[in-house]
Design a protein around this ligand. Structure first.
Ligand code: ADP
Ligand code: ASP
Ligand code: MG
Length: 413
């Protein structure tokens, strides 16, 4: 008998029929004697719909109330799922974040899980119930409802698997696993059988939304093997696990894109100690994450500072920077919301050169201008015009032959 945590995403629970089908799938496992803990997302489109309602009500929605609103999406699916199990003749109970309890910090709409009381869950499981838990939500020290950020149900599932010391954590979604790139924009994308936590962290941080990045971080920290697979087939998906020798030798494992970023450039600020701190401290105090930062030196005295933030933080960031402009002596501020970041990722890059130059060459062949670049040991990212995203992803996928196994040959060394 095993304790299994399974998470089903929005498209998997997008209708009454789909919720019934998920319940049947879970019951099949339960009948084998396993203890089942099921984390659900809101129905597909629901979180966007609720966000739209909030934006229609308040120019910049109050984040505490936003969390109260958004958490209702998951409340609906878990209650319906528990009913579906009962209707089929099985004992079930739904639990919300504060009923579990899933304790978080108090950063509304971006909260982080601090700890989970697993006693309530164990008590219900010991009474023979299928336990279903609302994803994406928690409660802060003052009893306020919090949410974990978009895609946060994956994080709820992995955190629960760690807290319950589950035998298995399975993430069910609308594709068969983790692919070499988004299978919905590149039909040559290939499913990856096993991927390391580190590589998955890079893919997720660079836009492969099939797994929320924080869920991968938790899985790595608590050594939870995660199986990403399809809700709609019985096929084996992708195992996200610790790195092994075979993985190390793979040069490039994936291409990602992220259309969720925006660029801000502050022109002609004094090139002297303290300028960067003056710009970025108020931004981080506002809980805004900055991604790429580039500083160009001009005339030895003045510099341009260009950086990217999440598109949803663009207006807020611009406001902060505009207020700072006079204080730091900036000449002007420009921005662009229509950018995308495409990235080539692979742990094998550590020992190989030439990935960045190949990437620049392929993009230039397609007439795509590279606006910003950033690299790490295992990735190269370029900022380009958003409208070329799909073209760039497909061209890079072809260039690195990702539709085939791409173990490096000696010639590449
Ligand atoms: P869920 O609602 O189940 O959480 P998501 O929409 O968050 O599902 O994530 C699944 C989607 O991730 C897929 O439909 C696919 O379009 C997208 N995706 C992006 N990159 C990848 C990738 N490398 N492998 C698999 N799916 C990817
Ligand atoms: N419902 C939330 C979202 O759409 C959380 C999730 O599905 O993981 O982002
Ligand atoms: Mg998701």
């Amino acid at each position: 008998m095993a304790l299994i945590v399974q998470k089903f995403g929005g498209t998997s629970v997008g209708s009454v029929e789909k919720i019934k089908a998920v319940a049947e799938r879970v019951i099949t496992q339960y009948q084998k004697g396993h203890k089942m803990v099921i984390v659900l997302s809101a129905m597909s489109g629901e979180t966007d719909r609720l966000t739209g309602l909030a934006n229609a009500m308040q120019k910049r929605p109050d984040t505490r109330e936003m969390d109260a609103l958004l958490s209702t999406g998951e409340q609906v699916t878990v209650a319906l799922f528990a009913m579906a199990c009962m209707e089929a003749g099985y004992k079930a109970v739904s639990l919300l974040g504060d009923q579990v309890s899933i304790h978080t910090d108090n950063v509304h709409t971006k909260a982080r899980i601090k700890n989970i009381d697993s006693d309530v869950i164990h008590n219900h499981l010991n009474e023979g119930k299928i336990v279903t838990i609302a994803g994406f939500q928690g409660v802060d020290d003052d009893g306020n409802i919090t949410t974990l950020g978009r895609g946060g149900s994956d994080t709820t599932a992995v955190a629960l698997a760690a807290a319950l010391q589950a035998d298995m954590c399975e993430i069910f979604t609308d594709v068969e696993g983790v692919y070499t790139t988004d299978p919905n924009i590149c039909d040559k994308a290939r499913k990856i059988d096993r991927i390391s936590y580190d590589e998955m962290l890079e893919l997720a941080s660079l836009g492969a939304k099939v797994l929320d990045i924080r869920s991968v971080g938790l899985a790595k920290r608590y050594n939870v093997p995660v199986h990403v697979r399809s809700t709609f087939t019985e096929n084996i998906g992708t195992w996200v696990v610790e790195e092994d020798k075979i993985m190390e030798s793979i040069l490039v494992s994936g291409i990602t894109y992220n259309k969720n970023e925006a660029r801000i450039t502050i022109k002609k600020v004094p090139d002297q100690p303290g300028t960067a701190a003056k710009i970025f401290l108020p931004i981080s105090d506002a809980n805004i994450l900055v991604d790429m930062i580039i500083q160009n030196t001009r005339d030895g005295h003045m510099t341009d500072m260009t950086f990217t933030v999440m598109r949803s933080d663009y207006d807020r960031t611009l406001e902060i920077v505009e207020k700072l402009a006079a204080e730091i002596g900036a000449d002007s501020i420009t921005g662009d919301k229509h950018i995308a970041k495409v990235s080539v990722v692979g742990v094998g890059m550590r020992n190989h050169s030439g990935i960045a130059s190949t990437m620049f060459h392929i993009l230039s062949k397609e007439g795509i201008n590279v606006e910003m670049v950033s690299t790490s040991e295992i990735k190269v990212s370029c900022i380009i015009d958003e409208k070329y995203t799909e073209l760039a992803v497909r061209a890079l996928h072809d260039a690195f032959a990702l539709d085939r196994d791409n173990l490096p040959s000696e010639e590449n060394n």
